[in-house]
Design a protein around this ligand. Sequence first.
Ligand code: ZN
Length: 301
Amino acid sequence: MQRYLPRHRPPLEFRPRAERPGRGLRVRWLGAAGHVVQTETTTVLLDPFLTRPGLLRTASARLKPTPERWWRWLPERVDAICCGHSHYDHLLDAPEIARRTGALLLGSRTTASFARAHGLRPAQIVEVPPEGLTRRVGDVEIRFVPSRHGRIVAGRVPFPGEVERPPMLPARVFHYRMGGAYGVHLTTPFGCLYHNGSADLIDAELTELRADTILVGLAGRRSTPDYLGRLLRLLRPRLVVPTHHDLFFAPLETGVRLLPGVALDRFVAEVGGAGRVVMPTYEDVLTIPAGDPRDATFAPL
Ligand SMILES: [Zn+2]
């Protein structure tokens, strides 16, 4: 059904282009809250979710990663994979990617339980405690910041709770319990980036942090009062990139369709003069230079 919705093509003003991007942090959107983030030596994935089963299948079947269909969207080498929470649209594919690449997988106890069920080596699993954690991987410092999940379904967090022991696989959508939510703060040679994969936050956890760029999860943001305003005041980013604003029930090849009601124009108005907004598709790479992140540009994949 997703294919019948209009394809989203962001206006040119939000898509600065460069034929030959210079040096910088390379960020590529994988749909939902997923991203590839690369420095010159290190690759970190944030909430990579590529299997994207259809809506009916998601609701009715056991969910299995399909790497043979999506492997081309990922780099061959991955150093670390961060899961901000453990719903299926953040966690389903992460353990399989870690198994194939040998990457570290960082996430909540629930994420670690799924990692064990997939047979990852203990040394590959970094279980993040509720108070968060900082870990250096290559030239990136990864910091898990305690956060909250948006109350996106009738004022509630869907599938709350934790998974304390390795579950039976493949699992159903409701087996992927939320498991605790984190924002992920990356300090890189090209500046700091903050990934807020679900639309809520804990203000007190962000008062000491700054970010040059934020990847702002938009799904369900209306249930969080002044969501964007609080993030912008606390982190003071200069570059603001929406994420988790697409429908994720069809393969990436079919292009970006917006979540109903996500109101990207209102998002742009809410950011106002607080930062520059850029909008990715699945088919390009954003390069963020070390100097001013507002000089970021897109180049084709
Ligand atoms: Zn979620």
